[in-house]
Design a protein around this ligand. Sequence first.
Ligand SMILES: Nc1nc2c(ncn2[C@@H]2O[C@H](COP(=O)(O)OP(=O)(O)OP(=O)(O)O)[C@@H](O)[C@H]2O)c(=O)[nH]1
Ligand SMILES: [Mg+2]
Length: 309
Amino acid sequence: MPMPHRTYKQVIKRRLVGKEGSERTRELRVILTELPNYKNGPYADLRKSLLAEIEDTRVRAKAVHRDSIAVRREGAAQIALVGPPNVGKSSILQAVSEIQIKTGDYAFTTLRPTPALTRIGGVLVQLVEIPGLIEGATEDRGGGRALLGVLRFADAIVYCTRADGDPEALRPVVHEVELAEIDKPAFLAATRADEADPAAISRLRAAYPDLEVIAVSVLDERSLAAFRNAAWALTGLIRVRLRSNGRTDEEPLALGVGSSVADVADSIHHDLGARVDGARIWGPSARFEGQRVGREHPVRDGDVVEILT
Ligand SMILES: Nc1nc2c(ncn2[C@@H]2O[C@H](COP(=O)(O)OP(=O)(O)OP(=O)(O)O)[C@@H](O)[C@H]2O)c(=O)[nH]1
Ligand SMILES: [Mg+2]
């Protein structure tokens, strides 16, 4: 006499807890072989639902596999860090964010695009390390096509290369990005700058005249601040803080360059966007503190805005 099908269902559920992908499929198949072989009734239904579950698991496993290269966007902007192996990309991520990431004195420590959130002037920005982009990436060498796919969706790029290394080490990376016709705001981080002399930075500047070069060392807080500021400049966003009842918010809003007072109001609430009359402004876009402006007034990075309705 087999156990009641309801109990059996509970047992199956328990056996599947925490099992995903091929492990789950394997367990499901084992369960199927153990199931009483009735043609009709609750056990036949159970058999059907297990078969459906196997199919679902298979599809899900595929989907997970395909998506694992995509990076879920978080924060106001997404900036990709790309460069030769072992130049210190992960170390920068670690230095400017909360994440624990493997760093190591060997190539290809990082195997997948890895995101980290960093706060710049109060706004969260996502940095993504793109590992292992090598020559031939556009022909999918080293899984290059998927990596370039991540770059294509990023808002900006930071090329990373060792300050004291051969400037040409970065060339294939820049070349592959160009071949893929990806054209984004970018700068060049000359990494591990504490190991290099100033002449090395000049060499990099000469080798890449189109890119601004920022010397970065994870051992030097000021260079990390410069890195953050340069990264912010790439986003094309401005920060404004709201003021109401004489109090100014700590957290800024991030808006596109050229946004107006009406855009600020709209980003808070569409209703407010429709009702806004103007604003009082403190900061870079005001001629004097607390200036009264109209709804079309363009705000600037660093403004404090009091919406008037
Ligand atoms: N002196 C010095 N060493 C650094 C600095 N940044 C990184 N390193 C060292 O450089 C090595 C490589 O660092 P990672 O951050 O793993 O480099 P990566 O570019 O992420 O490397 P892959 O993921 O393998 O491509 C490690 O041994 C780090 O300790 C720096 O600013 N100064
Ligand atoms: Mg790494």
